[in-house]
Design a protein around this ligand. Structure first.
Ligand code: KIV
Ligand code: ZN
Length: 387
């Protein structure tokens, strides 16, 4: 099995399905270029049959992107496949991603189709997509609530029809890690032609498990993960790209694969997506939150000042932050206080002077939530210390 984990970004498609996150064509092109700088393997640019605007956006992204594969989503319908094929016509490397629901609840209540009919549609869609490109992905929507025997049947049929990637979506975020990983393993073992396709996963975050489920799938043989910047996506969102990538990179001892992402572009990409969509990133968000590399408590600050590895498992610079950050607050210790003061050009004449200033700082920190450099300057001016 390949040791390469393909990173498939769907910020521009599933991310955009997040209520209130719609993007213009030009905004999508800007994000696509940022994703290419990040060296994402596949960019799902949109759903061309959904609207003329989406069609135009996919076409514009397909023209602008040279390295990454550009993908368009299509239901298992001729008109959707043709629309995706046309929108991707000028792409350097194009993929069509077609899907149909396979869970009993979706087949009976939404599609109102018999299982055999669903397989017929899936096979037909894959064959039609192959007329446009050799790179065809198939997803059984709501796989997380589909019967395993049926998944085996439909996946075997679409691989036979020419699908080169089979993606297992946990559409409603219903799965839990151990069970989802075991499902991926069994599907790979049970489907006779499974070695002819790459197994992919696409996890939603309704139970806050999207990243954990995706990683469990990777441990069980998935070699593509579908994800979005900042975890943007329908309802509670999709698996967050930055978390998947940094987990695989940081825990090489656990994950048997590599990613080719330029991680130093992660923060810039996160900020771009946040600015364009207007969706702020929560401060404590892993990797890209403002506090992800900030230390406030005295014990932590002292440890980090002595050796960063004491409280940091990754380097802030490796994901695109300029540096880690010492935040001065009521939990901070003397060592961090002295270091920050030195950075501001303030040296204390004696230990006594430092102690007095530190005492006043603690009193201020008890009253004031955020201590800025100006507060520290004011504290020193009051005490008459020379800068
Ligand atoms: O969540 C989902 O099932 C999807 C599919 C279209 C892959 O987004
Ligand atoms: Zn989805």
């Amino acid at each position: 099995m390949s040791d390469k984990l393909i990173i498939f970004d769907t910020t521009l498609r599933d991310g955009e399905q997040s209520p209130g996150a719609s993007m213009t064509r030009d905004e999508k092109v800007r994000i696509a270029k940022a994703l290419e700088r990040l060296r994402v393997d596949v960019i799902e640019a949109g759903f061309p049959a959904a609207s003329p605007g989406d069609f135009e956006s996919v076409r514009a992204v397909a023209r602008a992107i040279k390295e990454s594969i550009v993908c368009g989503l299509a239901r298992a319908l001729d008109k959707d496949i043709d629309s995706a094929g046309e929108a991707l016509g000028e792409a350097n490397r194009a993929r069509i991603h077609t899907f149909i629901a396979t869970s009993p609840i979706h087949m009976q209540r939404k599609l109102r189709m018999e299982p055999d009919q669903v397989i017929e549609y899936a096979v037909r869609a894959v064959k039609r997509a192959r007329q446009y490109t050799d790179d065809v992905e198939f997803s059984p929507e709501d796989a997380g609530r589909s019967e395993e025997d049926f998944l085996c049947r439909i996946l075997e049929a679409v691989i036979e029809a020419g699908a080169t990637t089979v993606n297992i979506p946990d559409t409603v975020g219903y799965s839990v890690p151990e069970q989802f990983g075991a499902t991926i393993r069994r599907l790979r073992e049970r489907i006779p032609n499974s070695d002819k396709a790459i197994f992919s996963v696409h996890c939603h975050n309704d139970l806050g498990l999207a990243v954990a489920n995706s990683l469990s799938a990777v441990l069980n043989g998935a070699r593509q993960v579908e994800c979005t910047i900042n975890g943007l996506g329908e309802r509670a969102g999709n698996a967050a790209l930055e978390e998947i990538v940094m987990a695989v990179k940081t825990r090489r001892d656990v994950f048997p694969c590599r990613v080719d992402i330029d991680t130093r572009e992660i923060v810039a990409c996160s900020k771009l997506v946040s600015n364009i969509t207007g969706f702020p990133v929560q401060p404590n968000k892993a990797i890209v939150g403002a506090n992800a590399f900030a230390h406030e408590s005295g014990i932590h600050q002292d440890g980090v000042l002595k050796s960063r590895e004491t409280y940091e498992i990754m380097r802030a610079e490796d994901v695109g932050w300029t540096a880690n950050r010492m935040v001065l607050g009521k939990h901070s210790g003397r060592n961090a206080f002295r270091t920050r003061m030195q950075e501001l050009g303030i040296e204390f004449g004696s230990e006594e002077e430092l102690n007095e200033a530190f005492q006043r700082f603690k009193e201020l920190a008890d009253k004031k939530h955020d201590i800025f450099d100006e507060d520290l300057q004011a504290l020193i001016t009051e005490a008459g210390v020379e800068a």
